[in-house]
Design a protein around this ligand. Sequence first.
Ligand code: ADP
Length: 257
Amino acid sequence: MSPKEILKVENVEKRFGGLKALNKVNLSVYENEILGLVGPNGSGKTTLINVISGIYKPDAGKIYFFGKRIDGIATYKLAHLGINRTFQIPKPFHGLTVRENVEVAALYSGKQCLKSFFKHLKNFKFMEKGYCNIEDDVQTALSIVGLDKLQDKQATQLNTSEQKLLGLARALATKPKLLLVDEIAAGLNQEETDKIAEILQSLVKKSISIIVVEHLMHFIHKITSRVVVMDSGSPIFEGTLEQAANDKRVVEVFLGG
Ligand code: ADP
């Protein structure tokens, strides 16, 4: 049986003024896979993640998630549907603990919580515990990334690697079916990178599909079975990393001709 397609990107375009950052992008993500999105700086990888995660509306094209049209939908609605992401540079909320940071993410993006959040916003009831049961999801997310023991620490006191794990926990607390991970391994040492690779692999076993944008090829090699190579806003190759390494156009793009 062929794997189920969960995300379909069809002829998507995104312009910034005169610059076409994405040009007729077609791409699919299947159930239980980690797809690597690679390419030189400026090739459109982050813009594509931003378009899929609802930060940017595409200028043209369509995006389907489990068959439902989702292009242009707001990020919190996408989180309800099961798409969430991490950011290249984690920005935890100052003045909140690790756990509270994850709670905010779960509250804001959690499906059953959002209505409650706005309903109670006026009288500050949203501050009360128990109106919306997110604690299980928060604790599960913290334990998946291994931050459960640091949950009472101020988030800003975490080191770089822990802050990246916190970003991951925040996304996981919304129980995504598709996780978009943007350069999570950048700036981390080998041990920290290996730990994140293991966590991402464990997520696939929990039926979460992942798109990973990354420059570190050993990381991509370790966790992905399929890569899409971007150049100048368009995918130019799709296949295994080994096949990519033997593709003339890919080699030219990476080595600059
Ligand atoms: P990558 O992630 O592959 O490095 P990006 O998606 O960040 O590439 O960028 C693709 C192109 O779009 C680049 O030329 C970049 O300068 C441009 N770009 C990205 N975001 C913006 C923006 N907000 N405004 C203007 N240009 C942008």
